[in-house]
Design a protein around this ligand. Sequence first.
Ligand code: BES
Ligand code: MN
Ligand code: MN
Length: 451
Amino acid sequence: MSVKTYIQENRERFLEELFSLIRIPSISAKHEHKHDMITCAQRWTKILLSSGADKAVVMPTEGNPVVYAEKMISPDVPTVLIYAHYDVMPAEPLELWKSNPFEPEIRDGRIWARGADDDKGQAMIQVKGFETALKEGLVNCNVKFIFEGEEEIGSPSLEAFCKQHKELLKADVILVSDTSMVSPDIPSLTTGLRGIAYWEVEITGPNRDLHSGHFGGAVANPINTLCKLMAQMTDADGRITIPGFYDDVEEVSQAEREMIARIPFDEEKYKVSIGVEELSGEKGYSTLERNSCRPSFDLCGIWGGYQGEGSKTVLPSKVYAKVSTRLVPHQDYHTIAKLFEDNLIKIAPKSVKVKVTFTHGGQGYVCPIDLPAYKAAEKAMGIAFGKVPLAVRRGGSIPIISTFEQVLGIKTVLMGFGLEQNAIHSPNESMMLDFFYKGIESVAEFYREYR
Ligand code: BES
Ligand code: MN
Ligand code: MN
């Protein structure tokens, strides 16, 4: 049989297996789903075993368990370690979903569900690509799998797990499907990820909510103050104003900028797809540079004051915000964490009290394009998509990838099949069926190439 025929004949079963995972709401951010994490991990071990792994186990960590599986061929051939995450983001706001986020539905040639892409769909692409390659006799390397259940909360337990299980995780390269391509007609491999630093800010003004008529104008309003402070974090040129913030930013080489400029990116389509009339960002850089190899500063959430029906004239005592920066390779998130905290405390007026809590961070990553596994991935995607994939940096973060390099000394190749239109983390997440199967074909072809 051929790779294509095997996939064709098993299409429905591959989907059913994916659906069985999607139906388990493995939301790492919420405590009430603790048990679903275990159920989901166990379900993965069953699927990995029936897909051809010799061994698949659920292993404990400080937090949610890790799924480990392997297919060992010989001590004399290279080893690939497949990383994925089985946890998903919360599905809220639920009322915006056209169908139940945890009951997958096929409409318009797409799978609609939380995790259809990030990362259950993409993890399944890896596993079914492996199964296909195995059935076709194409696997010439040892294959190990590590699926974690805490990626969406910053992988708090995985570093310690890696340190404890260095021998078990020994491999020549890590292969990951958890990134996206430039567009449906531009297949691409991800050669860079941004780092991240994330904080919670609490600003307190008066010791209780005040009547905004009695006190307004005479007492600092913490919400007004937060808005002023956050507005000062970037300037009119879209540059981040935190002193020292750009010290370790590596300027992208002219050669790479030219490569980015050659990506056939349709800015008009991009604006229409997200419903904005104008884009905005750092002066002197293109959109693709701004969202992949330049840092960014964003408020991810802000709350305080009166939010109920009607109006209430109140000068609130407190305001809260969730703040994040995306970092580029070489910027260290610990350093950035401190720079932001120091700066905020320094520029805050005495009329309020500011509390900053750093919640999590991760380093960026760059993948060299001369790795044997990168070349294999390039050739494999070329076969499945009919076009050689471009090498592009992406703006998202997978903090554990840099930890793998530091702790295990292993480089990662990012062969992702997502698309921005798949709306990961948003309501109505989806994955095109066609890409699901092309992804599986790419992974199967990867094994033919990699030895
Ligand atoms: N799969 C994404 C990361 C991603 C998506 C990278 C598309 C490149 C292209 C991952 O699950 C994710 O959402 N990461 C978080 C990390 C955070 C929770 C520490 C992110 O980027 O916000
Ligand atoms: Mn992901
Ligand atoms: Mn994600």
